[in-house]
Design a protein around this ligand. Structure first.
Ligand code: NAD
Length: 280
């Protein structure tokens, strides 16, 4: 039995994946429409976070304030030894605080942010980076493997979030840089469809050129399921972390400014920011 809290793009895909793998799933979201979708997917739709109390509860929430609200309601109701795997992307310091709160309630809280998007969640191919008790992780690893093909224990509480923020700072920077390089080439007479196979066979390649550009930008689909607003959040958290530890960011800082200033709205798909840079 597995609880899932937050049934949006990621949490909804995780819930359906767990159901497809034969798990009994308890789901909660503030949005009644998403609770109904969970019920139709064969999960037990709960009317409050208390209902999802189970030996393993997976969170997929937009920010730390939502995690705090759910924890406050749920912690007193979890069985002793339960594990919370929080796949939300939040501040590492918040993750450490939540781990302490959970510990005081006899529960393990793992920061377990993920990469791979809703498609990765739906196919069980996420990459999961975990901070917190290695022993707690081992207890729930078989269940988490239904969602994530690669589960990496990074270190103490907060270390998973540090890894995620560093990763997504790179994603944001790579996308902006790829858009500019492709714009130069296009203006010089070599369009993306001609240069992308070259870059992807050469040393300039990245996920931006190998995955994002062909799958979501050139195709015009823009259906990754990840919004510009969530990417901006990740970049903001990475900048805050850099400031906290006194690490200067000149290249990534410039990319962060491009993301902040892009006219693409927070609710739009995040690759539209790169498309805008390319076309701008
Ligand atoms: P989303 O906005 O689609 O879903 C978040 C859900 O949380 C919403 O349905 C919302 O109603 C629900 N929610 C908010 N507060 C709540 C509360 N107090 N109790 C219960 N439910 C609550 O977002 P998403 O794209 O699914 O992302 C979720 C998390 O995963 C974010 O932290 C995001 O940064 C991270 N993430 C997203 C992706 C992606 O590709 N979408 C990839 C990796 C990581």
């Amino acid at each position: 039995m597995i609880g899932v809290v937050g049934l949006g793009q990621m949490g909804g895909a995780m819930l359906r994946r767990l159901r497809a793998e034969g798990q009994l799933v308890l789901g909660f979201d503030l949005d009644p429409g998403l609770r109904e979708a969970a019920r139709q997917a064969g999960a037990v739709a709960c009317a409050s976070p208390i209902g999802v109390a189970a030996p393993l509860v997976v969170f997929s929430l937009p920010h730390a304030a939502a995690v705090q609200a759910v924890l406050a309601a749920l912690l007193p109701h979890l069985p002793p030894g339960a594990v919370i795997a929080d796949t939300s992307t939040i501040e590492p310091a918040q993750a450490r605080l939540f781990a302490d709160q959970a510990d005081a309630a006899g529960v393990a809280y793992l920061d377990a942010p993920v990469s791979g998007g809703p498609a990765g969640a739906a196919s069980g191919q996420l990459a999961m980076m975990v901070g917190g008790s290695a022993r707690a992780l081992e207890r729930v690893r078989p269940a988490l493997l239904l969602l994530a093909a690669r589960i990496m224990h990074v270190g103490e509480s907060g270390a998973g979030q540090v890894a995620k923020l560093a990763n997504n700072l790179l994603v944001a920077t790579h996308l902006a840089a790829a858009a500019e390089a492709l714009r130069v080439a296009a203006r010089a007479g070599v369009p993306p469809e001609a240069i992308l196979p070259v870059i992807n066979a050469a040393s300039g390649r990245s996920a931006a050129t190998e995955v994002n550009w062909p799958r979501w930008i050139s195709s015009g689909s823009f259906d990754s399921g990840f919004t510009a607003g969530l990417m901006r959040k990740d970049v903001r958290l990475a900048l805050a972390l850099a400031a906290e530890v006194g690490a200067e960011l000149s290249v990534c800082g410039a990319a962060a400014a491009v993301w902040a200033e892009s006219p693409v709205a927070d609710g739009e798909e995040f690759n539209r920011v790169a498309a805008g840079i390319f076309g701008g």
